[in-house]
Write a protein that binds this ligand. Sequence first.
Ligand SMILES: C[S@@+](CC[C@H](N)C(=O)[O-])C[C@H]1O[C@@H](n2cnc3c(N)ncnc32)[C@H](O)[C@@H]1O
Length: 227
Amino acid sequence: MSVHYQNVVPWGRSFQEYVDMFSLNDEDLDKSILGCGDGPASFNCEMNRKGKSVVSVDPLYELDRERIQKRIDETYLEVLEQTRANQDKFIWKNISSVEELGKIRMSSMSLFLDDFEKGKKQGRYVAGGLPELPLEDASFDLVLVSHLLFLYSEQLSYDFHVRAINELLRVAGEVRIFPLVDLNSRKSIHLDEIIGELVSQGYVVSEDKVEYEFQKGGNTMLKIQTI
Ligand SMILES: C[S@@+](CC[C@H](N)C(=O)[O-])C[C@H]1O[C@@H](n2cnc3c(N)ncnc32)[C@H](O)[C@@H]1O
């Protein structure tokens, strides 16, 4: 059996997971950060509590809190079901079971939901989606993209990836993307060609190993920098 979602699902990770996925050090955390496709992750809420600067952009934020909660509830059981049926594709070390995964994700998503309306008023949650973001040129130092590009390689085309990454490089000088495997823990079919394309455009590109690995083989991030 394989993992398949019709659309990109709302599913949220924590501050510590972002730190590990993107190898964020203290200097990185003090940068002006854009989280693209942050959805119901608690990264923004937890960063804000630490007095750090992060804006999250996601099409989900067009909805109000109640409707986001409904979308989460609708997809929650499906995600756990597909994960249970594909347990061999994950490493059950830091998270020991599907039940624990559900609890951890729900606790991050609750933090997000409680922060959403206040954060939206403060401009920390912006409704918008790739490949065109409602953001000024060079308005951030660093963009983080977790569990959207490359993961959904089946749903999002090569051309979409190229347009999306160029758009992210328009708004920030550095982009980090994690993971580089698809939903079935296979290396993304778009990865090599995209690296070649970005290098030919003159960007500095590296695939860096990180501490985080939940999907088997999903332990590298793509780092793209303007010179
Ligand atoms: C699997 S969730 C990941 C959430 C978060 N980044 C994390 O890792 O916990 C994927 C998110 O991508 C968002 N998304 C879908 N299409 C998008 C687009 N075109 N541009 C930006 N975000 C998008 C979804 O709304 C969803 O919140």
